[in-house]
Design a protein around this ligand. Structure first.
Ligand code: IMP
Length: 187
């Protein structure tokens, strides 16, 4: 694949911003295809990413889709693939309530990037581990960012970090870096 531009199909502009900065490190430009959430329910986020790709019309452009989930150790990985549903229904205060009195506070984000170009489909993965904070902190980012403290950080939540700080270690940045490296190797 010789192109220097790919497209991300998503309804989430935060994802575009984060992925664009990462792919720029590899000299790849990122366009945005605005789509509503296309999602099947599955326990396997990689499967969701691949399925979502098959739902996009193929107009010849190299296109990526990203599916992420938030996995809480104490609850066996819940909400995982149901993360957006849990955020809709419980929001961060509700998630914090679920964690009241819970000592085991470990959690992880996993990101799966599905990439399609012609007949080829590839999936790239990224993970960041951390802990659930005691309260909501910070207004940057989106989703669960105000309640997640990455273990490679300095105790701040993703919501308290700049875009660059989050992008240095985030699940999404890692998955897009894997895609960027793969694209670079194809040139
Ligand atoms: P999605 O299905 O990839 O859009 O993500 C599932 C849920 O996890 C959504 O509610 C997102 O808001 C949340 N989520 C995904 N990535 C992040 C992130 O980087 N920070 C905070 N929340 C996230």
């Amino acid at each position: 694949m010789k192109e220097n531009k790919i497209w991300l199909a998503t309804g989430n502009s935060h994802k575009v911003k984060e992925a664009r900065e990462v792919l720029a490190e590899y000299g790849i430009e990122l366009g945005h295809i605005e789509v509503d959430r296309i999602e099947i329910q599955s326990d396997d986020p990689g499967e969701i990413a691949v399925y979502s790709l098959t739902q996009l019309p193929d107009d010849g452009r190299p296109v990526a889709i990203e599916d992420a989930g938030f996995f809480i150790d104490h609850y066996g990985g819940f909400p995982g693939p149901y993360s957006s549903y849990a955020l809709d229904k419980l929001d961060n205060p509700g998630m914090l309530k679920l964690m009241e009195g819970v000592e085991e506070r470990g959690a992880a984000y996993h990101s799966y990037v599905g990439f399609r170009f012609g007949e080829e489909v590839h999936v790239f993965q990224g993970t960041v581990r951390g802990e659930i904070a005691d309260g909501m902190r910070g207004t940057n980012g989106f989703g669960y960012d105000p309640i997640f403290v990455p273990e490679e950080g300095d105790g701040r939540t993703f919501g308290e970090m700049t875009d660059d700080e989050k992008n240095a270690i985030s699940h999404r940045a890692r998955a897009f870096r894997a895609l960027g490296e793969w694209l670079q190797a194809q040139k």
